[in-house]
Write a protein that binds this ligand. Structure first.
Ligand SMILES: Nc1nc2c(c(=O)[nH]1)N[C@H]1C(S)=C(S)[C@@H](COP(=O)(O)OP(=O)(O)OC[C@H]3O[C@@H](n4cnc5c(=O)[nH]c(N)nc54)[C@H](O)[C@@H]3O)O[C@H]1N2
Ligand SMILES: Nc1nc2c(c(=O)[nH]1)N[C@H]1C(S)=C(S)[C@@H](COP(=O)(O)OP(=O)(O)OC[C@H]3O[C@@H](n4cnc5c(=O)[nH]c(N)nc54)[C@H](O)[C@@H]3O)O[C@H]1N2
Ligand SMILES: [Mo]
Length: 574
């Protein structure tokens, strides 16, 4: 619809705020952005790195496999400045300073090379750029890295030796890696570690950026990305564009489009005048809310297609009531690359319609070619035919349990668990070394705390769905921030006190909770509370490669709000 009907490549989705930097690094180094193996494959690993992931809250199903693996003897290495619950199961938990992963992993790479713990044959036969990597990490002895990361040298050595001596080692990572202005560099370091030690392409090894939304892998595969058509085929390649022009019966824009945050910036400049938002709530989920408010208000025309009246929909000229996953048929591709058919269990409520049906009707009314679909199966068939990865998959072959892509024989096989056994889509894997650089905005006397934002088990992102669920709201109904008891004491704060948290962009008020999870000088705020929206505080500075904002690091000030006392109310009465 965007490419054919609106004639632009300005189409993007939530990966931009999520794993865009991981995908940028994976595409650059091995030529594929998806996981190299499933999370269940940890059953075959003897070491697993878990970097910047709070899996017990955010990937509870995967987390049960991680815990089972730990019980069986798999050594979990948990790297996170904010102690996640999985640290309880870890062989080693490393509390590095936020935003210092490049220094940390360069130290690990340095030590693995120094001790000769790398896979010389794998490096020689399947990679390129080793000498450059070696020259870069030479400057990051564990001692130097430990200073940058606020750690003991021994912690870095221990991770290097444990990973370097593993038979089968696997690397999982989450938003703590990707959501930084150096997110792509963070991911490059993890990929280098895996390539250096040949820990990919065999059972129990590999790269697994844990994907978030139920169908975010599917949305990426389907080409909701400004630079590529479905299956990561570049819009700038004339031969590829020609194939899509033939399939869709129209000329297509040869220029890559804008990304999520760039689109908001363009709206503010009045370069983008209209917006169609489907199943996203950017007023609450994009960084720097005040800027987003101005951008949405500056639009000439805004359409929101959602299952609830969202904060973003308040700005809309037209709100189209869509259907939830309970009410429709369609495929979802999960973090494992598993494509599954969802089937309806409820009737559509009120005037709600199916998402694809709404799009097709708009396409037909605009007189755009190619929207004559009457069955969802045919939409999927068109998509699968234009890709390599989904070839052979259809509603018939997917069956009840779905298939992993790629799947050579969808009738008889479940699909390929372990990818890259012999080579990478790029041929050789490329080492792309990275130098440590500090976050965009460092703490200062005026803004002395580091704010990290993230999630809760009980709520889904902006809370449009979960905050309407009374069972979940009963457990977590009130905005709060986590702080270390020692930091609270220094500010004279008690559990439950109201605080104001202020950054260079804005201020919110919420309650404070004592927790040993945050590091010293850090504060954690979930971004689900519209009444105390964390993104009022966050910065819209972007990683130059992945174009992802730095959700995991902002400088803030924390102040106790003066609570009204009995004496105040007496004073007021007098
Ligand atoms: N209940 C629930 N589950 C969800 C979601 C939800 O909203 N609610 N959202 C889904 C989505 S879309 C996603 S993307 C996933 C996200 O799942 P996760 O990746 O687990 O997301 P976060 O909680 O944002 O952050 C993960 C971890 O990064 C750590 N971190 C922060 N800064 C740094 C750093 O500098 N270095 C390192 N190494 N770590 C750091 C944080 O302390 C935190 O433990 O969850 C999915 N699952
Ligand atoms: N500060 C901070 N901000 C963040 C993050 C962070 O860690 N910190 N994480 C970022 C990440 S990783 C992500 S993925 C984004 C998520 O950001 P969003 O995707 O904007 O967040 P959601 O609340 O999941 O919004 C999804 C919307 O889709 C609607 N919806 C659900 N099902 C359907 C459907 O079937 N059809 C239609 N049409 N609509 C539907 C829901 O009601 C909801 O309004 O947030 C990002 N923002
Ligand atoms: Mo996400």
């Amino acid at each position: 619809m965007v490419r054919v009907g609106f004639g632009t490549n300005n189409v993007d989705h939530c990966t931009r705020l999520c794993h865009a930097s991981s995908v940028a690094a994976l595409m650059e180094t091995i030529g594929s952005g998806a996981v190299s193996t499933t999370f269940r494959d940890i059953e075959n690993s003897d070491v697993a790195l878990l970097v910047g992931t709070n899996a017990t809250s955010n990937h509870p199903v995967a987390a049960t496999f991680f815990k089972q693996a730990a019980k069986r003897g798999c050594k979990l290495l948990v790297i996170d400045p904010h102690r996640p619950q999985l640290a309880d199961f870890a062989h080693r938990y490393v509390r590095l300073r936020p935003g210092t992963d490049v220094a940390f992993f360069n130290g690990v790479l340095h030590e693995i090379i120094r001790r000769g713990l790398y896979d010389r044959q794998f490096v020689a036969e399947r990679t390129e750029g080793f000498e450059r990597l070696k020259a870069t990490v030479e400057h990051y002895s564990p001692k130097v890295a430990a200073q940058l990361c606020g750690l003991d040298e021994q912690e870095i050595v221990d991770v290097a030796v444990t990973w370097g001596s593993a038979r089968a080692a696997i690397c999982f990572w989450g938003m703590g890696v990707s959501q930084h202005v150096h997110g792509t560099d963070n991911a490059r370091c993890l990929i280098s570690l895996v390539l250096l030690t040949g820990q990919v392409g065999r059972p129990g090894t590999g790269l697994h950026p844990l994907r978030g939304q139920n169908n975010v892998q599917g949305a990426s595969d389907a080409g909701l990305i400004p630079m590529v058509f479905p299956d990561y085929q570049s819009v700038t390649d004339p031969a590829i564009r020609g194939r899509f022009e033939a399939a869709w019966g129209t000329q297509l824009d040869p220029q890559p489009g804008l990304t999520v945050v760039e689109i908001m910036h363009a709206a503010l400049q009045k370069d983008v005048r209209g917006m169609y938002v489907q199943g996203e709530n950017p007023f609450v989920s994009d960084p720097n809310t005040e800027k987003v408010r101005k951008a949405l208000a500056a639009l000439d025309f805004l359409v929101v297609q959602d299952i609830f009246m969202t904060e973003t929909a308040e700005f809309a000229d037209v709100v189209l009531p869509a259907s939830s996953f309970f009410e429709k048929t369609g495929t979802y591709t999960n973090t494992d690359r598993r494509v599954q058919i969802g089937r309806p269990v409820l009737k559509l409520p009120g005037a709600a319609r199916l998402d694809w049906d709404i799009m097709c009707e708009i396409g037909r009314r605009m007189g755009v070619p190619g929207f004559e679909f009457t069955r969802i199966e045919d939409v999927f068939a068109e998509f699968a035919a234009l890709t390599e990865s989904y070839r052979g998959l259809s509603y018939e072959t997917l069956g009840l349990e779905g298939k992993l892509w790629p799947c050579k024989d969808p009738v008889h096989e479940d699909g390929q668990v372990v990818l890259f056994e012999r080579d990478f889509p790029s041929g050789r894997g490329k080492f792309v070394p990275a130098e440590f650089a500090p976050p965009n905005e460092l703490p200062s006397p005026e803004f002395p705390f580091v704010l990290t934002t993230g999630r809760l088990l009980e709520h889904w992102h902006t809370g449009t769905m979960t905050r309407r669920a009374s069972a979940l709201e009963t457990i977590e109904s009130e905005p709060y921030a986590d702080m270390r008891p020692a930091d609270m004491a220094a500010l004279g704060l008690l559990e439950g006190d109201e605080i104001a948290v202020t950054s260079r962009r804005g201020s919110i008020t919420l309650k404070v909770r004592a927790s040993e999870a945050p590091g010293a000088g850090s504060i954690f705020i979930p971004f689900c509370w519209r009444e105390a929206a964390a993104n009022v505080l966050t910065s819209d500075a972007l990683d130059p490669f992945g174009k992802i904002p730095e959700f995991k690091f902002s400088a803030v000030r924390v102040e106790k709000l003066h609570a009204p006392t009995l004496a105040d109310s007496r004073g007021a009465a007098e």
